[in-house]
Design a protein around this ligand. Structure first.
Ligand SMILES: [Zn+2]
Length: 368
Protein backbone atom coordinates (compact mmCIF):
# COMPACT_ATOMS: atom_id res chain seq x y z
CA UNK A 1 0.00 0.00 0.00
CA UNK A 2 2.76 2.35 1.00
CA UNK A 3 4.72 1.61 -2.15
CA UNK A 4 1.63 2.35 -4.25
CA UNK A 5 1.19 5.74 -2.55
CA UNK A 6 4.84 6.60 -3.19
CA UNK A 7 4.49 5.54 -6.82
CA UNK A 8 1.37 7.70 -7.20
CA UNK A 9 3.20 10.69 -5.70
CA UNK A 10 6.13 10.20 -8.06
CA UNK A 11 3.69 10.12 -10.98
CA UNK A 12 1.96 13.35 -10.03
CA UNK A 13 5.31 15.08 -9.51
CA UNK A 14 6.36 14.01 -13.00
CA UNK A 15 3.04 15.26 -14.38
CA UNK A 16 3.81 18.68 -12.97
CA UNK A 17 6.93 19.02 -15.07
CA UNK A 18 5.67 17.19 -18.17
CA UNK A 19 3.10 18.95 -20.34
CA UNK A 20 -0.33 17.29 -20.29
CA UNK A 21 -0.72 15.85 -23.79
CA UNK A 22 -4.52 16.10 -23.66
CA UNK A 23 -4.54 19.92 -23.38
CA UNK A 24 -2.77 22.78 -25.12
CA UNK A 25 -0.30 25.13 -23.42
CA UNK A 26 0.11 28.89 -23.73
CA UNK A 27 3.02 28.22 -26.10
CA UNK A 28 0.66 26.43 -28.53
CA UNK A 29 -1.48 29.56 -29.01
CA UNK A 30 0.01 30.97 -32.25
CA UNK A 31 0.30 27.54 -33.92
CA UNK A 32 -3.25 26.16 -33.56
CA UNK A 33 -5.79 27.03 -36.31
CA UNK A 34 -8.29 29.48 -34.92
CA UNK A 35 -11.35 31.39 -36.15
CA UNK A 36 -12.62 34.53 -34.41
CA UNK A 37 -16.29 34.44 -35.40
CA UNK A 38 -17.17 37.93 -34.13
CA UNK A 39 -15.01 40.95 -34.88
CA UNK A 40 -15.60 44.35 -36.46
CA UNK A 41 -12.93 45.53 -38.91
CA UNK A 42 -14.18 49.06 -39.53
CA UNK A 43 -10.93 50.72 -40.50
CA UNK A 44 -9.45 50.75 -43.97
CA UNK A 45 -6.07 49.37 -42.82
CA UNK A 46 -4.37 45.97 -42.69
CA UNK A 47 -3.67 46.23 -38.93
CA UNK A 48 -6.38 43.72 -37.96
CA UNK A 49 -5.37 41.31 -40.70
CA UNK A 50 -1.72 41.51 -39.62
CA UNK A 51 -2.68 40.82 -35.99
CA UNK A 52 -4.74 37.79 -37.12
CA UNK A 53 -1.91 36.49 -39.27
CA UNK A 54 0.58 36.82 -36.44
CA UNK A 55 -1.65 34.88 -34.01
CA UNK A 56 -3.03 32.25 -36.40
CA UNK A 57 -6.63 33.49 -36.67
CA UNK A 58 -9.16 33.66 -39.47
CA UNK A 59 -11.64 36.51 -38.92
CA UNK A 60 -15.36 36.94 -39.45
CA UNK A 61 -15.99 40.67 -39.51
CA UNK A 62 -19.64 41.45 -38.87
CA UNK A 63 -21.22 44.51 -40.47
CA UNK A 64 -23.80 46.11 -38.18
CA UNK A 65 -26.41 48.83 -38.55
CA UNK A 66 -24.94 50.60 -35.48
CA UNK A 67 -24.89 54.39 -35.23
CA UNK A 68 -21.40 54.32 -33.63
CA UNK A 69 -19.99 52.41 -36.64
CA UNK A 70 -19.27 53.84 -40.12
CA UNK A 71 -22.25 53.83 -42.55
CA UNK A 72 -23.22 50.39 -43.91
CA UNK A 73 -21.81 51.06 -47.38
CA UNK A 74 -18.45 52.05 -45.86
CA UNK A 75 -18.39 48.89 -43.71
CA UNK A 76 -19.14 46.81 -46.82
CA UNK A 77 -16.43 48.51 -48.87
CA UNK A 78 -13.83 47.85 -46.14
CA UNK A 79 -14.94 44.20 -45.88
CA UNK A 80 -14.61 43.71 -49.65
CA UNK A 81 -11.12 45.24 -49.68
CA UNK A 82 -9.83 43.17 -46.77
CA UNK A 83 -11.32 40.00 -48.19
CA UNK A 84 -9.63 40.65 -51.51
CA UNK A 85 -6.34 41.22 -49.67
CA UNK A 86 -6.48 37.83 -47.88
CA UNK A 87 -9.50 35.71 -48.89
CA UNK A 88 -8.40 32.67 -46.88
CA UNK A 89 -8.13 34.64 -43.64
CA UNK A 90 -10.70 37.43 -43.86
CA UNK A 91 -14.44 36.70 -44.01
CA UNK A 92 -17.43 38.94 -43.42
CA UNK A 93 -21.13 38.98 -42.59
CA UNK A 94 -23.48 41.47 -44.19
CA UNK A 95 -26.51 43.09 -42.60
CA UNK A 96 -29.61 45.02 -43.64
CA UNK A 97 -31.27 48.30 -42.88
CA UNK A 98 -34.65 48.55 -41.17
CA UNK A 99 -35.52 51.59 -43.28
CA UNK A 100 -38.84 50.93 -44.99
CA UNK A 101 -39.61 47.80 -42.91
CA UNK A 102 -43.25 46.88 -43.30
CA UNK A 103 -43.46 48.64 -46.68
CA UNK A 104 -44.31 46.87 -49.93
CA UNK A 105 -40.71 46.70 -51.20
CA UNK A 106 -38.72 46.01 -48.04
CA UNK A 107 -38.55 42.19 -48.31
CA UNK A 108 -37.65 42.05 -52.01
CA UNK A 109 -35.14 44.86 -51.72
CA UNK A 110 -33.51 43.36 -48.60
CA UNK A 111 -33.23 39.93 -50.24
CA UNK A 112 -31.67 41.48 -53.35
CA UNK A 113 -29.13 43.34 -51.26
CA UNK A 114 -28.33 40.20 -49.21
CA UNK A 115 -27.83 38.21 -52.43
CA UNK A 116 -25.51 40.88 -53.80
CA UNK A 117 -23.36 40.74 -50.68
CA UNK A 118 -23.36 36.91 -50.70
CA UNK A 119 -22.03 37.15 -54.27
CA UNK A 120 -19.38 39.53 -52.89
CA UNK A 121 -18.38 36.80 -50.43
CA UNK A 122 -20.48 37.40 -47.30
CA UNK A 123 -20.90 34.21 -45.20
CA UNK A 124 -23.81 35.29 -42.99
CA UNK A 125 -26.33 38.03 -42.20
CA UNK A 126 -26.45 39.99 -38.96
CA UNK A 127 -29.55 41.29 -37.19
CA UNK A 128 -28.86 43.74 -34.39
CA UNK A 129 -30.47 44.79 -31.12
CA UNK A 130 -32.19 47.75 -32.80
CA UNK A 131 -34.78 45.03 -33.52
CA UNK A 132 -36.55 44.80 -30.17
CA UNK A 133 -35.04 47.91 -28.59
CA UNK A 134 -35.07 50.84 -31.05
CA UNK A 135 -37.19 50.32 -34.18
CA UNK A 136 -40.93 50.93 -33.93
CA UNK A 137 -43.81 50.16 -36.28
CA UNK A 138 -46.32 52.75 -37.53
CA UNK A 139 -48.49 52.16 -34.46
CA UNK A 140 -45.55 53.03 -32.22
CA UNK A 141 -44.92 49.48 -30.99
CA UNK A 142 -41.42 48.05 -30.82
CA UNK A 143 -40.67 45.72 -33.73
CA UNK A 144 -39.69 42.36 -32.24
CA UNK A 145 -37.64 39.65 -33.94
CA UNK A 146 -40.69 37.39 -34.31
CA UNK A 147 -42.57 40.07 -36.28
CA UNK A 148 -44.09 38.39 -39.39
CA UNK A 149 -42.58 41.23 -41.44
CA UNK A 150 -39.25 39.36 -41.31
CA UNK A 151 -40.67 36.07 -42.63
CA UNK A 152 -39.87 36.68 -46.31
CA UNK A 153 -36.24 37.44 -45.56
CA UNK A 154 -35.85 34.55 -43.13
CA UNK A 155 -37.38 32.09 -45.63
CA UNK A 156 -34.80 33.32 -48.15
CA UNK A 157 -31.93 32.72 -45.68
CA UNK A 158 -33.27 29.24 -44.86
CA UNK A 159 -33.52 28.27 -48.53
CA UNK A 160 -29.91 29.28 -49.17
CA UNK A 161 -28.49 27.96 -45.87
CA UNK A 162 -27.32 31.46 -44.99
CA UNK A 163 -26.72 31.74 -41.23
CA UNK A 164 -28.36 34.57 -39.27
CA UNK A 165 -26.18 36.08 -36.54
CA UNK A 166 -28.60 37.62 -34.06
CA UNK A 167 -27.79 40.05 -31.31
CA UNK A 168 -31.01 40.70 -29.42
CA UNK A 169 -31.27 42.38 -26.04
CA UNK A 170 -28.21 43.00 -23.91
CA UNK A 171 -26.41 41.29 -21.05
CA UNK A 172 -28.80 40.93 -18.14
CA UNK A 173 -26.63 43.46 -16.28
CA UNK A 174 -28.16 46.09 -18.57
CA UNK A 175 -31.40 45.93 -16.58
CA UNK A 176 -29.55 46.51 -13.28
CA UNK A 177 -28.17 49.73 -11.78
CA UNK A 178 -24.46 50.31 -12.56
CA UNK A 179 -23.36 49.38 -9.03
CA UNK A 180 -25.16 46.01 -9.16
CA UNK A 181 -23.58 44.83 -12.44
CA UNK A 182 -21.35 41.74 -12.20
CA UNK A 183 -18.57 42.89 -14.59
CA UNK A 184 -16.62 46.10 -15.10
CA UNK A 185 -16.81 45.87 -18.90
CA UNK A 186 -20.63 45.98 -18.75
CA UNK A 187 -20.47 48.81 -16.22
CA UNK A 188 -18.22 50.96 -18.44
CA UNK A 189 -20.19 50.19 -21.64
CA UNK A 190 -23.53 51.21 -20.12
CA UNK A 191 -22.02 54.21 -18.40
CA UNK A 192 -20.91 55.34 -21.89
CA UNK A 193 -24.19 54.30 -23.57
CA UNK A 194 -27.04 55.39 -21.25
CA UNK A 195 -29.36 55.15 -24.26
CA UNK A 196 -28.90 51.35 -24.13
CA UNK A 197 -28.89 51.06 -20.32
CA UNK A 198 -32.33 49.58 -19.81
CA UNK A 199 -32.39 50.13 -16.07
CA UNK A 200 -32.84 53.81 -16.99
CA UNK A 201 -35.60 53.01 -19.50
CA UNK A 202 -38.36 51.01 -17.81
CA UNK A 203 -40.68 52.11 -20.63
CA UNK A 204 -38.72 49.89 -23.07
CA UNK A 205 -39.24 46.11 -23.49
CA UNK A 206 -37.99 44.02 -20.58
CA UNK A 207 -35.20 41.46 -20.79
CA UNK A 208 -37.73 38.63 -20.49
CA UNK A 209 -39.93 40.11 -23.26
CA UNK A 210 -36.94 40.30 -25.64
CA UNK A 211 -35.75 36.77 -24.82
CA UNK A 212 -39.24 35.37 -25.26
CA UNK A 213 -39.61 37.02 -28.71
CA UNK A 214 -36.22 35.69 -29.76
CA UNK A 215 -37.02 32.19 -28.54
CA UNK A 216 -40.37 32.20 -30.39
CA UNK A 217 -38.52 33.33 -33.52
CA UNK A 218 -35.91 30.55 -33.35
CA UNK A 219 -38.64 27.99 -32.64
CA UNK A 220 -40.66 29.16 -35.63
CA UNK A 221 -37.70 28.79 -38.04
CA UNK A 222 -36.27 25.34 -37.26
CA UNK A 223 -34.36 25.18 -40.56
CA UNK A 224 -32.61 28.51 -40.06
CA UNK A 225 -28.94 28.31 -39.08
CA UNK A 226 -29.11 30.60 -36.05
CA UNK A 227 -26.04 32.07 -34.34
CA UNK A 228 -26.85 33.70 -31.00
CA UNK A 229 -24.25 36.45 -30.68
CA UNK A 230 -22.88 37.20 -27.22
CA UNK A 231 -24.01 33.82 -25.80
CA UNK A 232 -27.52 34.61 -27.06
CA UNK A 233 -27.74 37.28 -24.30
CA UNK A 234 -27.97 34.42 -21.79
CA UNK A 235 -24.39 35.04 -20.64
CA UNK A 236 -25.38 35.26 -16.97
CA UNK A 237 -26.31 31.58 -16.63
CA UNK A 238 -24.89 28.52 -18.36
CA UNK A 239 -27.95 26.66 -17.02
CA UNK A 240 -30.32 29.01 -18.85
CA UNK A 241 -28.17 28.89 -21.99
CA UNK A 242 -28.20 25.07 -21.87
CA UNK A 243 -32.02 25.14 -21.90
CA UNK A 244 -31.97 27.42 -24.96
CA UNK A 245 -29.53 25.13 -26.81
CA UNK A 246 -31.53 22.01 -25.88
CA UNK A 247 -34.77 23.57 -27.12
CA UNK A 248 -33.26 24.84 -30.40
CA UNK A 249 -31.03 22.28 -32.18
CA UNK A 250 -30.58 24.77 -35.07
CA UNK A 251 -28.85 27.30 -32.78
CA UNK A 252 -25.23 27.84 -31.83
CA UNK A 253 -23.76 30.73 -29.82
CA UNK A 254 -20.64 32.86 -29.93
CA UNK A 255 -18.68 33.98 -26.86
CA UNK A 256 -17.99 37.52 -28.05
CA UNK A 257 -17.40 40.07 -25.28
CA UNK A 258 -18.93 37.77 -22.65
CA UNK A 259 -15.91 35.78 -21.39
CA UNK A 260 -15.84 37.74 -18.15
CA UNK A 261 -19.39 36.55 -17.45
CA UNK A 262 -18.22 32.97 -17.97
CA UNK A 263 -15.28 33.56 -15.64
CA UNK A 264 -17.57 35.07 -13.03
CA UNK A 265 -19.60 31.85 -13.13
CA UNK A 266 -16.64 29.43 -13.18
CA UNK A 267 -15.21 31.14 -10.09
CA UNK A 268 -18.51 30.30 -8.37
CA UNK A 269 -18.84 26.75 -9.79
CA UNK A 270 -15.88 25.59 -11.86
CA UNK A 271 -17.20 22.08 -12.49
CA UNK A 272 -20.56 23.30 -13.75
CA UNK A 273 -19.07 25.75 -16.26
CA UNK A 274 -16.45 23.28 -17.51
CA UNK A 275 -19.21 20.69 -17.85
CA UNK A 276 -21.25 23.13 -19.95
CA UNK A 277 -18.39 23.58 -22.42
CA UNK A 278 -17.83 19.82 -22.60
CA UNK A 279 -21.51 19.07 -23.18
CA UNK A 280 -22.05 21.82 -25.79
CA UNK A 281 -18.64 21.57 -27.48
CA UNK A 282 -20.30 21.44 -30.94
CA UNK A 283 -22.52 24.49 -30.29
CA UNK A 284 -20.03 27.17 -29.19
CA UNK A 285 -18.01 29.49 -31.45
CA UNK A 286 -15.04 31.47 -30.24
CA UNK A 287 -15.55 35.21 -30.77
CA UNK A 288 -13.98 38.30 -29.25
CA UNK A 289 -15.91 41.39 -30.46
CA UNK A 290 -12.54 43.08 -31.07
CA UNK A 291 -13.25 46.23 -33.05
CA UNK A 292 -10.84 48.28 -35.09
CA UNK A 293 -12.34 51.73 -35.52
CA UNK A 294 -11.18 54.39 -37.92
CA UNK A 295 -9.43 57.25 -36.14
CA UNK A 296 -12.35 59.58 -35.48
CA UNK A 297 -13.07 61.97 -32.67
CA UNK A 298 -16.76 61.08 -33.02
CA UNK A 299 -16.24 57.33 -32.48
CA UNK A 300 -16.98 56.17 -28.96
CA UNK A 301 -15.44 53.21 -27.16
CA UNK A 302 -16.63 49.81 -28.33
CA UNK A 303 -16.67 46.82 -26.04
CA UNK A 304 -13.88 45.96 -25.23
CA UNK A 305 -12.12 49.32 -25.48
CA UNK A 306 -9.18 49.45 -27.88
CA UNK A 307 -6.64 52.26 -27.92
CA UNK A 308 -6.05 53.71 -31.39
CA UNK A 309 -2.58 52.84 -32.64
CA UNK A 310 -2.14 50.04 -30.11
CA UNK A 311 -4.66 47.72 -31.73
CA UNK A 312 -2.28 44.92 -32.65
CA UNK A 313 -0.98 44.70 -29.09
CA UNK A 314 -4.50 44.88 -27.64
CA UNK A 315 -5.81 42.14 -29.91
CA UNK A 316 -2.88 39.88 -29.11
CA UNK A 317 -3.30 40.37 -25.34
CA UNK A 318 -7.09 39.85 -25.52
CA UNK A 319 -6.82 36.68 -27.63
CA UNK A 320 -4.05 35.21 -25.43
CA UNK A 321 -6.03 35.84 -22.24
CA UNK A 322 -9.04 33.98 -23.64
CA UNK A 323 -6.77 31.13 -24.81
CA UNK A 324 -5.22 30.80 -21.35
CA UNK A 325 -8.72 30.63 -19.87
CA UNK A 326 -10.28 28.14 -22.28
CA UNK A 327 -7.30 25.94 -23.24
CA UNK A 328 -5.13 25.81 -20.11
CA UNK A 329 -5.49 25.55 -16.33
CA UNK A 330 -3.51 28.78 -15.92
CA UNK A 331 -4.65 31.29 -13.32
CA UNK A 332 -4.84 34.94 -14.39
CA UNK A 333 -6.19 38.13 -12.90
CA UNK A 334 -9.34 39.38 -14.66
CA UNK A 335 -9.74 43.10 -14.05
CA UNK A 336 -13.38 43.13 -15.16
CA UNK A 337 -14.42 40.84 -12.29
CA UNK A 338 -11.67 42.02 -9.89
CA UNK A 339 -10.62 38.41 -9.27
CA UNK A 340 -8.29 35.65 -10.41
CA UNK A 341 -9.82 33.07 -12.75
CA UNK A 342 -8.51 29.53 -13.28
CA UNK A 343 -8.57 28.27 -16.85
CA UNK A 344 -10.99 25.53 -17.91
CA UNK A 345 -8.25 23.37 -19.51
CA UNK A 346 -10.64 22.03 -22.15
CA UNK A 347 -9.23 19.03 -24.06
CA UNK A 348 -7.47 19.70 -27.36
CA UNK A 349 -10.26 18.19 -29.46
CA UNK A 350 -12.80 20.50 -27.78
CA UNK A 351 -10.60 23.57 -28.26
CA UNK A 352 -10.19 22.63 -31.94
CA UNK A 353 -13.99 22.65 -32.33
CA UNK A 354 -14.72 25.85 -30.38
CA UNK A 355 -11.84 27.71 -32.00
CA UNK A 356 -12.19 26.44 -35.56
CA UNK A 357 -14.25 23.45 -36.70
CA UNK A 358 -17.63 24.70 -35.46
CA UNK A 359 -17.25 28.02 -37.28
CA UNK A 360 -16.19 26.27 -40.49
CA UNK A 361 -19.23 23.98 -40.26
CA UNK A 362 -21.67 26.85 -39.69
CA UNK A 363 -20.34 29.45 -42.13
CA UNK A 364 -19.50 27.46 -45.23
CA UNK A 365 -22.81 25.93 -46.28
CA UNK A 366 -24.32 28.65 -48.48
CA UNK A 367 -26.28 27.29 -51.44
CA UNK A 368 -25.61 28.82 -54.86
ZN1 LIG B 1 -20.09 42.90 -32.02
Amino acid sequence: MKAWVMFACALSAAALVRADPSTYADADFPHVRKFDAHVHANADTHVFLDAARQDGFELLSINVDYPDFPPLEVQARIAHALQAADPARFHFATTFSMKGFGGADWTAQTNRQIDAEIRNGALAVKVWKNVGMVEKDRAGHFIMLDDPGFDGVIAHLEARHIPLIAHQAEPKNCWLPLEAMTTENDRSYFRDHPEYHMYLHPELPSYETLMAARDRFVGRHPHLSFVGAHMASLEWSVDRLAIFLDEHPNAVVDLAARMTQVQYQSNADYGKVRGFFMRYQDRILYGSDLTEEPASAAARAQNPPVEPGAFRHEADAFWRSDWTYLATAGVQHIDAIKADAKGLALPRHVIDKIYYANAKRIFERIAP
